[in-house]
Design a protein around this ligand. Structure first.
Ligand code: SF4
Length: 337
């Protein structure tokens, strides 16, 4: 689905969370006026479309009621004329009371993205979030039962977190059956409290390889639960790259993670056959960013070849006449080089 993002950095936020610098993570650092939003949408939206207008980067449901109403009315006009199908907001779990949920629903909001980050109360407290895991659970359940599409944002590697916490938190989220998930491994960005903590030696970010490995486990769990992951890692942005102090950032982070799952699949499948076939559209992820999986395979199993064959289903790998799904071949654990 096409998203038309309107960035409202920190608008509505009751305070700054330890890790967050929305105004330094993207090139849009100013909250737009309603008429600017209106003009931009007028220019970018097709005459008919099934996308969503999305308000990101702040706590939408804690804006003043008047401001929420103005933004939603502006967006609603484009929904009414068929130029988009819906409106999406992102907010905090403790800013979604029953009255607020009912108001958002009545104003035409179709998708709510909830910044849960973790389901561990100690981690949430260290990150200065100001809400608990039960706020996450309650907000997700009530938004789902109101009929919204619900997205859950998670942040592995917050202070006090480890691999186990990341996976336990994600499992908690998946049990609630959200519509989709976003996974943002924690980065250290200039101007945040986390940057000061890191500088004083009080926080150790994950390495890129660690983050890719844990996020591959997370992606595996989501696929197993049949829940879409719509984003892995922060979007590439020159402002973010300028202000990034430390942490597992990579402009192609999503591909690194998907390729890590394929690497696990190649490892298992290569013990059953010398020719591994995948769908052509999967080939780039299978071979890896800059061919890293291809080079790795050449080193550990030089006799094995990967070929593209459009007969193989997407997300499957054929070896010795059998087609196996990636989810069966890429379970966490084991050594894959
Ligand atoms: S993480 Fe969310 S609630 Fe916290 S400061 Fe950033 S935008 Fe606001």
């Amino acid at each position: 689905m096409k998203i038309y993002p309107i960035f409202i950095p920190h608008a509505g936020c009751p305070h700054r969370c330890l890790f967050c610098a929305q105004d330094r993570s993207t090139s849009q650092s100013v909250v737009p006026e309603v008429d600017e939003v209106d003009g931009w949408l007028e220019n970018v939206l097709p005459l008919h479309g099934d996308g969503e207008i999305a308000f990101y980067g702040g706590t939408f449901s804690l804006l003043s009621l008047q401001q929420q109403d103005q933004y939603l009315s502006a967006a609603g006009r484009f929904v009414a004329s068929g130029r988009v199908a819906g409106i999406r907001i992102s907010t905090r779990p403790d800013a979604l009371g029953d009255e607020c949920i009912a108001r958002l629903k009545a104003s035409g909001v179709t998708t709510v993205e909830i910044g849960c980050q973790s389901f561990n109360n100690t981690v949430l407290a260290s990150a200065g979030r100001g809400h608990t895991a039960s706020d996450n659970i309650s907000a997700i359940q009530r938004c789902l039962s109101t009929g919204f599409q619900v997205g859950v944002q998670t942040m592995p590697a917050l202070p006090g977190s480890d691999t186990e916490e990341a996976l336990v938190s994600l499992r908690q989220a998946l049990k609630l059956k959200p519509s989709f998930v976003r996974i943002y491994p924690t980065l250290v960005i200039e101007g945040t409290e986390l940057a000061a903590l890191w500088k004083s030696g009080g926080y150790q970010p994950w390495t890129l390889d660690e983050a890719v490995d844990v996020c591959a486990d997370m992606l595996f769990l989501c696929r197993q639960a049949d829940i879409r992951v719509i984003r892995l890692g922060l979007q590439r942005d020159s402002e973010l790259e300028k202000n990034l102090w430390a942490g597992p950032y990579h402009p192609a982070f999503g591909q690194l993670v998907r390729s890590r799952l394929w690497r696990r699949a190649l490892f298992h499948a290569s013990s059953h056959g010398k020719q591994l076939a995948v769908h052509p559209n999967d080939l780039s992820d299978v071979l890896g960013h800059c061919g890293e999986n291809r080079d790795w395979l050449k080193k550990i199993k030089p006799e094995v070849r990967v070929i593209a064959d459009k007969v193989v289903k997407r997300g499957f790998l054929r070896t010795s006449g059998r087609e196996l799904p990636l989810t069966d071949l890429s379970a966490p654990g084991g050594h894959h080089g």
